[in-house]
Design a protein around this ligand. Sequence first.
Ligand SMILES: [Mg+2]
Length: 189
Amino acid sequence: MKKKVILVDMDDTLENFTEAWVDYANRRFGTSVAPEEITDWDPSVHFEGVSHDEMYDLILEDDFYYTLKPLEDAAHYLKKIMDAGHEVLIVTSTQHQVVPIKMEQVLFRFFPFLTWDQVIVTSRKQMLRGDILIDDAPHNHIGGDYEKILITAPHNRHFDAEAHGMIRVDNWEEIYREVMRIAEEMCPL
Ligand SMILES: [Mg+2]
């Protein structure tokens, strides 16, 4: 099997971004929105009386990044993909203000086997060259020249992944299985 380049998103792919953001906003605004209620890419529409800017200002606060947790088994299976010989690159559209805190308190804290030279910060993922993208955001897959694995998140539950040429998965065990299957199909032994 030839080594593949696997592009991996951070928010809601490696860690529980939406869940943590909703919890953080509930504490700040005294609301009680459940993460499962978030069906829109912009969560502020689910918080009555909270503006878009108030909602997005929260994720520019360093303190927010101490509340994030990795998705179940994400580290285990990401490491297995690397151990199988594939090159893993983390691709994130993180805002420039919080790159250091997010890398230290989230990426390298929960995924200590990753290094900074495996990280690409961009909101234009379609410009990247890779064999597979793992991402919860349909807009990062559409138009990209890579195999598309869409991990389920509250905001994309109603998106028709198959109709857009994407493979929907619900967890990291499924991600691992799909990456291995796609890699075999691209270059059989
Ligand atoms: Mg994401």
